[in-house]
Unconditional design. Structure first.
Length: 396
């Protein structure tokens, strides 16, 4: 038989009690708190326990261990004070999930540090998926079960990919975290919720739609395009740059005497400067293109940089939907591995953020190391294109 035990609750006491499978709930002897252990025995739900008109009333406060014992105990006086004045315990700024999401959307739209694509992604997630399903739920009633039934299961039934559902869940979780950090919610009901609680299926990395063997054919397609989209796609294939930083490139980032490109942190995804060498092959392409360029941006429309939508639409149009900008980046990365370019050199040429000791000990930023690798790759691209082109002539 499961039992409820009274004791002075500490985190250590919770761990000890969880090992006893007959204990289902702990009651704090010093505070009007109860911790109901979950089936996993590694988590629990905190409740404020009080009496109204002779009846026991439970108010959910959060989840252990995300809300540690000392933190749960420390907020009890403030919560009791709010209850005495008729203030909502869970929320000082919003009554419903919809109100919180609308506030977060407004905040994101005003944040200059967020990219246009990021803001649009958050807006889409909130307006098309989160608000229609969660807007009316009171924050005091936002439980893991409510998330599962009102959001996760409907999204799965709509045949959305797990990776897409995870993005929407992350937006919801971040909205509550931001509200909590700014003191707009007293308790964050999503603090201990995890995507894996709802969907256990492993999310595999999205495979690129271009194989290494497609390099020559892809080069042939690109070379047949008109400017500036031709040079834009060719640059992305030659340097594996992201579409966001490629469309924002300015001529002032290029030093043709020192043969280097210095992409500033302000336009990179990793918020770190990205310095790359200009090979002889790349120099010829860029100098020829510069003769026809009029503005400060390499790739522009009406003297302005391509917008994210402009770039994506152009790429989808010229590829007939067969590949994306990111597929060019993946093709370059796969080609580097195929022709034997060192893994860490490739990571730095991709401008991936280094973690842990890698950031201290892995030194692949030397321009001459990158220059040798890119020269090898650009010569390989040239050969692939010529092989594909000559094969086409022979077939004709």
């Amino acid at each position: 038989m499961m039992k409820s035990v009274a004791l002075s609750i500490t985190d250590a006491a919770v761990v000890r009690s969880a090992a006893d499978l007959t204990i289902s709930e702990l009651r704090d002897q010093r505070h009007p708190l109860a911790l109901r252990l979950h089936k996993s025995r590694t988590k629990g739900t905190w409740y404020l326990v009080r009496y109204e008109e002779g009846k026991k009333v439970r108010q959910r406060l959060g989840y252990w261990p995300a809300l540690k014992t000392k933190d749960a105990q420390s907020i009890v006086p403030e919560i009791l004070k709010k209850l005495a004045t008729g203030t909502d315990v869970q929320n000082s700024g919003f009554a419903t999930v919809g109100q919180l999401l609308k506030w977060y959307l407004g905040r994101i739209e005003r944040e200059s540090v967020k990219s246009d694509s990021r803001r649009k992604g958050v807006k889409c997630a909130i307006e098309k998926h989160l608000l229609p399903r969660l807007a009316s739920i009171k924050i005091t009633e936002l439980t893991k079960l409510a998330i599962d039934e009102r959001l996760m299961l409907p999204l799965q039934n709509a045949a959305l990919k797990p990776s897409t559902i995870r993005q929407y869940f992350a937006v919801l979780k971040r909205a509550f975290k931001s509200a909590g950090e700014l003191g707009l919610v007293s308790i964050n009901p999503m603090a201990s919720m995890r995507f894996g609680d709802h969907i256990q299926r492993r999310i595999e990395p999205k495979q690129g739609r271009l194989l290494v063997s497609d390099a020559g054919r892809t080069m042939g397609l690109i070379m047949g395009l008109s400017e500036p989209i031709k040079t834009m796609l060719l640059f992305m294939l030659m340097y594996a740059t992201r579409v966001g930083e490629t469309r924002k490139l300015k001529w002032c980032y290029f030093d043709f005497e020192a043969n280097r490109i210095s992409i500033p942190a302000a336009i990179t995804k990793t918020d770190s400067n990205h310095v790359m060498p200009i090979t002889e092959q790349a120099k010829a392409v860029l100098l020829e293109f510069r003769e026809h360029s009029q503005g400060e941006y390499l790739f522009e429309f009406n003297r302005k940089e391509f917008t994210h939508n402009d770039a994506q639409k152009l790429i989808r149009a010229v590829s007939a939907g067969k590949f994306s900008a990111h597929d060019l980046r993946k093709l370059a990365r796969s080609a580097w591995a195929t022709i034997g370019i060192d893994y860490w050199v490739g990571e730095r040429m991709l401008n991936h953020k280094q973690k842990g000791l890698d950031a201290v000990y892995i030194k692949a930023d030397a321009l001459d190391v990158k220059h040798a690798a890119l020269t090898q790759y650009h010569e390989w691209l040239n050969t692939s294109f010529n092989t594909w082109h000559n094969a086409g002539i022979d077939r004709a």
